[in-house]
Design a protein around this ligand. Structure first.
Ligand code: PEP
Ligand code: MG
Length: 598
């Protein structure tokens, strides 16, 4: 096998044909050699629909939210580029400052606001008019430096308009089949729009490895590198590039030696996947005969096939957000019923745990945009069950759709972001009232309602799991948010991504204790965060007494392979030893040792 060159030539010129390695976060493993499709978000559809007098204030607020979001993006890009070691990064930093200045200096914002108030233009229309006017003035200037500022103001304006429009940006629909997508950012909603096979890999300048975009990439088995500064400027459409999603590397202008080396590595990766497939139908039990349920997390219906192919014995987490993404209306009960019933039927009696809407934070839905972008800190704001209880009609429609779909198989209902028992109790009242209404209206639903459970993903819920147990039929531990909130690390923020540490003793203690409470009270408990799909952690979970893990379909067989080599009593002993440690690096080493021994 040929060894790739190890020197990483750093070139400040774009697309110079000089070999260059850009590094980011390895968000989803796998190797792809292919052609880049650079996302050009230059086209924004501007609706010219006027607004009513009553809507003026809300539209101005929307404008300011959009400005704040644009500034935030620019700051993140600046900080991301400052960590890259190239001269271009300094220049990029200056440019971002200039853009931020244009947004705060605010002839643009003031002008748009005036148009919203005086001519009742919607915010996007108002911004587009102001941008046109300013750009025209600049481009008419004799001084070539000032004339070039027209391009900058258009760039800033487009960013602002995209923030205002949210998810309805369609630019990436044009990515040809088999592309490697290069973009500043890819949202979970963007991911939901790709056709199967459209993307073979993607690289973004922004984003953390624990966010939903990364989770979806892993679920779909698409290699991805996120948080790779400079990437958008470093690649041109059609360039040949190599992605190593596991290592978080992107190789631009690869040499022949690179191509040979990575072709071999890709073949090895595919062969390893193939080999694992033989485990599909073998039982998922430990060496000493303890059966472990291995369920799949599903973000999009398209993943169902992978879940079944990889031997999932149920769906442990169906993230219902997919039904709300890329729609500028809220799907009604019937529409939700159709989508859910289809999934339940396809699972053919295997359990399906449907989580109610967890929109908020990074997961946005256009139709709910006004409710959820208003908070200064979305991750701590109106999301999950809080939003559902604030808008009970939302929850009622979801419950009704789920209850009707439950007739086609075995269903459980899961509530996200629960923090106290009152939320459970209130949700249950709504649940039962909806069931009553359905029966009255002649809709067939099961006699015994499907179990209603709580996600344990906020430290308060974990610490008070015994109180939640009073009104929860089951628990699902969400280690992604549990880690985020315990460590105060935003899971989507590339700047602190390296500090996202699920092995922190505080996180592990919470997980261990929730499992203990659940077992003492005989409440089914699972782990459905990303940790569940990491084979290294299997001995720990088994040692804690966990018997149900739910994960991205791609990890099911890896985890099965791991647990079939374990002895549960031994794992318990190992877990106890781990819990005596205070340092997560040491814990990681211990787990590696246990895994080597098995
Ligand atoms: C979690 O927080 O661990 C979880 C499974 O939920 P999500 O990733 O959808 O927030
Ligand atoms: Mg969560």
């Amino acid at each position: 096998m040929q060894v790739p060159p190890t020197d990483q030539t750093v070139s400040d010129e774009n697309n110079s044909g000089v070999r260059r390695v850009i590094t980011g976060l390895g968000a989803s493993g796998g190797i792809v050699i292919g052609r880049a499709f650079v996302l050009d978000r230059q086209i924004v559809h501007v609706s010219r629909k006027p607004i009513s007098q009553d809507a003026v204030q809300a539209e101005c607020k929307r404008l300011h939210n959009g400005v704040a979001e644009s500034i935030d993006q620019l700051k993140r890009l600046k900080s991301q580029s400052s960590s890259a070691e190239s001269a271009a990064s300094e220049e990029l930093g200056f440019l971002m400052d200039a853009y931020i200045h244009m947004l705060t200096q605010s002839r643009l914002v003031r002008g748009a606001e005036e148009l919203i108030v005086s001519r009742k233009l919607n915010a996007v229309h108002a911004v587009s008019e102001v941008i046109d006017a300013i750009a025209e003035q600049f481009s008419g200037m004799e001084d070539s430096y000032l004339a070039a500022r027209a391009t900058d103001i258009r760039e800033v304006g487009l960013r602002l308009m995209r923030c205002l429009i949210g998810e309805t940006d369609r630019a990436m629909d044009n990515a040809p089949q088999g592309s490697i997508l290069i973009a500043e950012d890819v949202s979970p909603a963007d991911m939901a729009r790709f056709e199967p096979g459209q993307l073979t890999a993607f690289v973004t300048a922004l984003g953390g490895a624990e966010g939903h975009t990364a989770i979806m990439a892993r679920s779909l088995g698409i290699p991805a590198v996120l948080g790779a500064a400079d990437i958008v400027r470093g690649v041109a459409g059609g360039d040949q590039i190599i992605i190593d999603g596991g290592r978080g590397e992107v190789i631009l202008s690869p040499s022949d030696a690179d191509i040979a080396h990575y072709t071999q590595r890709r073949a090895d990766w595919l062969a390893a996947r193939e080999k694992l497939a033989s485990l599909r139908d073998v039982p998922s039990s430990t060496r000493d005969g303890i059966d472990i349920d291995l369920h799949a997390n599903i973000e999009l219906p398209i993943e169902l096939a992978a879940a079944l192919e990889n031997g999932a014995t149920g769906i442990g987490l169906l993230r219902s957000e997919f039904m709300f993404m890329n729609k500028d209306y809220l799907p009604d009960e019937d529409e939700q019923y159709e989508e859910l019933a289809d999934i339940v039927k396809r699972m053919d009696g295997k359990p399906v745990t449907i989580r109610t809407l967890d929109i908020g934070g990074e997961k946005l839905a256009v139709a709910l945009q006004d409710e959820i972008v208003s908070g200064p800190n979305p991750a701590l704001g109106l999301r999950g069950i809080r939003l559902s209880l604030r808008k009970p009609e939302l929850l009622e429609a979801q419950f009704a759709a789920i209850l009707r779909a439950s007739l086609h198989g075995s269903v459980r209902v899961l509530l996200p972001m629960v923090v106290n028992v009152h939320e459970m109790t209130r949700a249950r009242q709504i649940y039962e009232a909806v069931a009553k209404r359905l029966r009255k209206d002649g809709h067939p639903i099961p006699e015994t309602l499907p179990p209603l459970g709580a996600m344990i993903e906020i430290p308060a819920a974990a610490l008070a799991a015994d109180t939640l147990a009073r009104d929860s039929d089951f628990f699902a531990i969400g280690t992604n948010d549990l880690t985020q909130y315990t460590l105060a690390i935003d899971r989507t923020d590339d700047q602190v991504a390296g500090m996202f540490d699920p092995l922190h003793p505080a996180v592990l203690r919470l997980i261990r204790d929730v499992i203990k409470v659940a077992r003492e009270r005989d409440i089914p408990v699972s782990v459905c965060g990303e940790m569940a799909g990491d084979p290294r952690y299997v001995p720990l979970f088994i040692g804690f007494g966990l018997r149900n893990l739910s994960m991205s379909p791609v990890n099911l067989l890896l985890v099965k392979q791991r647990l079939r080599r374990l002895d549960s009593r031994n794992s318990e002993h190992q877990a106890n030893r781990v819990m005596e440690q205070w340092d997560s690096a040491r814990i990681a080493m211990m787990l590696d040792d246990f895994n080597d021994l098995a």
